[in-house]
Design a protein around this ligand. Structure first.
Ligand code: THU
Length: 136
């Protein structure tokens, strides 16, 4: 499935503008493209109990899974600062559960972007094979 980076980034930017980040002031938007072409967006949602905050990427994944999608092709992530936003470790692990081959597009607030693979962001990931293997 081919995808338009510009389309994904436009969704990610719209999501970033909906971020609820009154504590960090760090607004993040994500857009996840599914194998069937559907796109799910997410923004970070913070909480006065800081540990309950959730990243934009996981919101996008959970929205997609809740709508019946489990096959993902590409993820775009953007902040509003000069540096691209790379998914945090927790989000990398959650993304890996469904899409070890995922293409990840990271953008900065100027619209510049870089493409990489999830495999490069989370090499030798813990995965379901380890979990499901019979113990000795
Ligand atoms: N955040 C994301 O939404 N995605 C990332 O990849 C990095 C961090 C959010 C979490 C928190 O609301 C804020 O950015 C500062 O860490």
């Amino acid at each position: 499935m081919s995808y338009s980076v510009e389309e994904l980034l436009a969704v990610a930017r719209a999501m970033r503008d909906r971020a609820y980040a009154p504590y960090s002031g760090f607004r993040v938007g994500a857009a996840l493209m599914c194998a069937d072409g559907a796109v799910y967006g997410g923004c970070n949602v913070e909480n006065a109990s800081f540990g309950l905050s959730i990243c934009a990427e996981r919101v996008a994944v959970f929205r997609a899974v809740a709508e019946g999608r489990r096959s993902f092709v590409a993820l775009a992530v953007t902040g509003s600062g000069p540096d691209p936003v790379y998914p945090c470790g927790a989000c990398r692990q959650v993304l890996h559960e469904f899409a070890p081959d995922l293409t990840v597009v990271v953008a900065n607030g100027r619209g510049e972007y870089w493409e990489c693979k999830l495999e490069d962001l989370l090499p030798r990931a813990f995965n379901r094979e380890f979990c499901l293997r019979e113990s000795i």
